[in-house]
Design a protein around this ligand. Sequence first.
Ligand code: NI
Length: 226
Amino acid sequence: MLLEIPNVLTAEQVAQCRRAMEQAEWVDGRVTAGPQSALAKDNQQLPEDHPVARQMGDLILEALQGDALFMAAALPLRVFPPLFNRYGPGQSFGTHVDNAVRQSKGIGHRIRTDLSATLFFTHPEEYDGGELVIEDTYGAHSVKLPAGHMVLYPSTSLHHVTPVTRGARVCSFFWIQSMVRDDGERWLLFDLDMAVQRLNQESRDSEVAVRLTGVYHNLLRRWAEI
Ligand code: NI
């Protein structure tokens, strides 16, 4: 399942990051690609250990900590330090699947990539093309979100970025190791969580809500790996 998370960053935070990115030197995006996806990948990236990348990455990680929708959907155990890419005219990233395990220069440990995230820094009207197309069992989904918004999708999905034909597309991308590895179990918990929250808002029958909250936690206890 695919989920859009609106307003991860404010317009002011997006503007601040974009100013910082304009000053930074970008490198060929193939530096973080495996040999197979290097053939498909044509974009630019900020070097992983670039101070601007680290500073903006920390801003994103802090914003995610306070984002209730992200926390409920991802049930994060570890989040990979965010990376940043830019696609100019003619650039694209062909169909690929993200590496299952990644190690960052910044963190000592490896993470298993359960969820992939793309956070948009450019507005849809600033560029043509550059859609993120994600394939799942229900078909292909094309995603192009307002700046500051993010999409979360299972890292098991084949995906690609269509060629940019005008302007530039700037995004952050990163991965999440979830406490709940299985996508189906994780989405079931998310669904239950959302339903219980609505019940709490709409009903005074707290006994039912308490029982369902108990079911949520007992399922999480059963499925969580920490
Ligand atoms: Ni990818």
